[in-house]
Design a protein around this ligand. Structure first.
Ligand code: CAO
Length: 455
């Protein structure tokens, strides 16, 4: 029986690469192009295949050894020293001898001509190279150098379980993902609610695994007392998933301020008295919408959306407002607020709020907003941190107006004034803190002296 020594072929620029995996052992039967070992440099891992079929007689290297082109890997007893196996082996060796010299080129030419499986150290499972590589796959390998770090056998294991390695946290050296990491990930996913549908890693309940977090606590609540299980409403599920995405994806900052609306409240009550018969009721919301329009005119970056590296600046002024309904939160949008007077804004917003409570809003009623207002003033509370309604870049939270002592320079005394708490959350990728402070100060000036809206 003929014995052949298998050597590391031309592996491009790589030399002194570490053996990180032995994929065969003495006595194993191997086929041509079956991987024998995995080696790893700081840039890529490669499986070195056999260029002959037969039985491994002995391994000539061990884990951790450094190998280069020409290092003997194993002795193999050739199975039926056939013309075909030798010629394939010879052809493979000839081909590998022509492989290129840098990682990129090595990947491309290797894929095209040699049986070496070259993978970026971090290639995720779905792009792990099959035996018959194509140049397209080799390109993918070279492009994926900063993805998860795992050995081919762990990638194979993950692939078999359908696990996306980019979601698994590696506990090995330099963050390398081990088989145990994959097993723990699967365990965590199974422990989370089976009904939670992940949407790009985010779901209404969410396993947390997608964000690299520990799983959601699983508690047997009945152990502590009586409970009732109530499914989330459709609106809650939809708005929950949206709020979760917005909270996670947008770097929020919330700027608070308190503004004196005493004079505006007097004006509002006078207008309400005047229009008592018309059936239109003016609440603070209509005045805030009107003042917001002025603010958007002065600070156009608040009437914008991020699209990749571009900021879309909107020339229209459609103002959304959160409405509390028996089924959950919805945000109808009041169109062209800049073209409407206070009374029209009040009438339309109360119509939209009624439609929202009856569950009759159409998707079109809730689209195309410039900025949103979340007014909890009718209910109570002061400052809070509203979540931006993507793809908008800011939202104004309004609390309940409260009488408070305010220092008056004019009379050099404290006077009781009606103070309105405002909370402006903004997307810090688009809006700087200084711009937000200017926006809320200007809004405060308008609400304190509503005549300024006409300027
Ligand atoms: N300070 C003090 N009183 C206020 C106020 C404020 N900031 N805002 C409203 N009020 C008063 C109103 O004047 C009205 O008083 P009267 O009954 O004496 O006339 C009362 O509170 C109820 O107002 P309203 O809530 O019916 O009307 P509105 O125009 O202020 O708000 C709407 C309409 C649809 C925004 C509101 O009904 C609503 O649903 N708010 C909840 C929004 C929400 O859930 N936000 C949270 C989103 S998640 O972050």
């Amino acid at each position: 029986m003929q014995v052949l020594e298998i050597k590391v072929p031309d592996i491009g620029d790589f030399s002194e690469v570490t053996v990180i995996e032995l994929l065969v052992k003495p006595g194993d039967h191997v086929n041509i192009e079956q991987s024998l070992i995995t080696v790893e440099s700081d840039k890529a891992s490669m499986e070195i295949p056999s260029n002959a079929a037969g039985v491994i007689e002995s391994l000539l290297i061990k884990l951790g050894d450094k190998v280069s082109e020409g290092t003997a890997i194993a002795r193999i007893q050739l199975a039926g020293h056939s013309e075909q196996s030798l010629s394939v082996g010879e052809r493979a060796q000839t081909a590998t001898a022509t492989t290129a010299i840098d990682t990129d080129a090595a990947a491309k030419s290797t894929a095209a001509t040699s049986p070496i499986k070259l993978e970026a150290v971090s290639t995720p499972p779905q792009t792990a190279m099959p035996q018959a590589s194509t140049s397209h796959q080799a390109d993918a390998a070279t492009l994926l150098l900063d993805k998860p770090h795992a050995s081919p056998s762990v990638r194979k294991f993950a692939r078999e379980l359908g696990v996306d390695l980019s979601r698994v946290k590696g506990s090995g050296a330099k963050g390398r993902i081990t088989q145990t990491d994959v097993q723990s990930y699967v365990k965590g996913a199974l422990q989370s609610s089976p009904s939670s549908t992940e949407q790009n890693g985010i779901s209404a309940s969410g396993s947390g695994a997608a964000l690299g977090l520990i799983p959601w606590p699983k508690v047997d609540f009945e152990k502590f007392g009586a409970i009732e299980r109530k499914p989330l409403s459709r609106i809650k599920k939809i708005s929950g998933a949206n709020l979760h995405r917005n909270w996670v994806m947008i770097p929020h900052v919330t700027q608070h301020d308190e503004v004196d609306i005493s004079d505006l409240e007097t004006f509002r009550q006078a207008l309400n008295d005047e229009h008592a018969k018309s059936g239109i009721k003016l609440t603070m919301l209509a005045f805030i919408v009107k003042a917001m329009v002025q603010c958007l005119k002065r600070f156009p970056e608040f009437n914008a959306s991020l699209e990749g590296d571009d900021l879309i600046l909107k020339k229209y002024m459609h103002i959304g407002f959160a409405a509390d309904t028996p089924n959950g939160l919805v945000v109808p949008v009041l169109r062209d607020a800049d073209k409407k007077g206070i009374l029209d804004i009040a009438r339309e917003s109360s119509e939209l709020a009624a439609k929202a409570r009856e569950g009759k809003l159409s998707p079109a009623d809730m689209q195309g907003g410039s900025i949103s207002i979340s007014s909890l003033g009718g209910i109570g509370g002061s400052f809070f941190t509203p979540i931006i309604n993507a793809p908008e870049v800011a939202i104004l939270g309004v609390g309940r107006g409260q009488m408070k002592p305010q220092w008056q320079a004019r009379t050099t005394s404290f006077e009781p004034r009606l103070m309105l708490p405002l909370s402006l959350s903004y997307d810090h990728r688009v809006i700087d803190g200084a711009a937000a402070a200017r926006f809320i100060s200007y809004l405060g000036q308008l609400l304190s002296d509503f005549r300024r809206v006409t300027l």
